[in-house]
Design a protein around this ligand. Structure first.
Ligand SMILES: Cc1cc2nc3c(=O)[nH]c(=O)nc-3n(C[C@H](O)[C@H](O)[C@H](O)COP(=O)(O)OP(=O)(O)OC[C@H]3O[C@@H](n4cnc5c(N)ncnc54)[C@H](O)[C@@H]3O)c2cc1C
Length: 333
């Protein structure tokens, strides 16, 4: 690991004034320090925002919910109102990583964590995401990689919180000292690798993620998230699904279905959503949504198993969200 300067900040303005000349933000440090220890990044300065009180907290407003980016995954998953009204989010944050990581990891850092592709994470490989015109995963070890929408790089979206926040129609506030604040929807926040392989999100080096804003769910909304992995804990998803259902009695007025580990950025499964809209949620409609969630998928040499896993993940999460099934005992976390 390289030597670096640590700038401890207690206000947003102080942190923003430090964000220049290659300095990077450190929140919980879980992902950033892993990248530095793995030798894939050598920032000269870390701007520690951990003690910036303005960036903490979970606020309920008449319009919905505002999360400070320093809210930890544990705080979010245990928040009574989030459990009651935004179950997809408490499920996603409460089943990410492990209990001790959830105590340290912030939701802002979770959204900004980099992909887990082992070629990207190894200093030995200079891949397309590090500025070379090469991807080792297409012909190499790709069992955890994408099955769809992967032009250029098939690494998968790692953030469980993003799967939930996309489902809830959330946006993020990005603030810079020079340009002030802008608001970006979660889907637009992520950059697809074929557009710009070395960029993961639209955040600029001089910007801080200062808030996550979630609109209040429509009356009759039910939601859920489930994650499937190789291990019970201490690992990222190999398939995960978020489901938000706006119900009128037993008829689904509108469905949002999101998937994480299927593609390089979190995605909505539009055909699966359409299969539920205007219909009751039943075994049959949930299975149809599951099947349609992988429409157009093109697995790589070692990950065709995801074609079986995602339909099951979506089907079971639809039934779980609708209250027709308990949380799947084979889900991870
Ligand atoms: C074993 C293991 C299993 C895991 N499993 C999962 C899982 O199942 N699901 C999941 O979602 N995650 C998982 N994770 C990832 C973990 O949740 C993230 O690493 C963590 O949430 C990152 O948060 P942090 O606060 O530590 O971020 P940091 O490491 O401090 O920061 C991460 C990135 O975000 C930037 N950043 C942070 N905050 C801001 C801000 N406010 N403004 C601008 N930039 C900012 C940093 O510069 C850095 O680039 C796992 C991690 C481990 C080690």
């Amino acid at each position: 690991m390289n030597r670096f300067v640590l700038a401890d900040c207690t206000t947003v303005d102080a942190a923003l004034s430090q964000l220049k000349d290659g300095a990077v933000v450190k929140a919980g440090g879980v992902d950033l320090l892993d990248r530095m220890k793995d030798g894939i990044e050598e920032p000269p300065k870390l701007v520690n925002i951990r003690n910036v009180a303005e960036l903490r907290g979970i606020r309920e407003t008449p319009q919905g919910l505002t999360l400070g980016p320093l809210a930890t995954l544990a705080e979010i998953s245990e928040h009574p109102s989030i459990r009651a009204h935004y179950q997809i989010l408490s499920d996603a944050c409460g089943h990410a990583a492990t209990p001790h990581i959830r105590n340290m990891a912030t939701v802002g850092g979770n959204l900004l964590q980099r992909v887990q592709c082992w070629y990207y994470r190894s200093a030995e490989f200079t891949c397309i995401r590090k500025g070379k015109d090469l991807c080792f995963a297409f012909d190499g070890l790709n069992q955890y990689h994408a099955i769809m929408e992967y032009d250029g790089c098939p690494s998968v979206a790692p953030s469980s919180a993003a799967v939930a926040l996309l489902g809830l129609g959330a946006s993020v506030d990005l603030t810079s000292a020079k340009r002030g604040k802008r608001t970006v929807g979660i889907r637009e926040f992520y950059v697809v690798p074929d557009a710009n392989p070395t960029k993961f999100t639209v955040i600029e080096p001089d910007e801080l993620l200062t808030a996550i804003v979630i609109p209040r769910p429509a009356p009759g909304t039910r939601s859920a998230y489930q994650k499937y992995g190789e291990k019970e804990s201490f690992d990222w998803a190999i398939a995960d699904a978020g489901v938000v259902l706006e119900m009128d009695g037993n008829i689904c007025r509108r469905a949002v279905i999101t998937m994480g580990a299927a593609s390089p950025v979190v995605r909505r499964a539009a055909q699966a959503e359409a299969a539920l809209a205007g219909k009751p949620i039943t075994e049959e409609t949930a299975r149809a949504a599951g099947r349609l969630s992988i429409e157009g998928a093109q697995p790589l040499s070692k990950n065709a198993y995801k074609l079986d896993l995602f339909p099951v993940a979506v089907y079971r999460t639809v039934l779980f969200a609708a209250g027709l099934r308990d949380r799947d005992p084979s889900a991870a976390g």
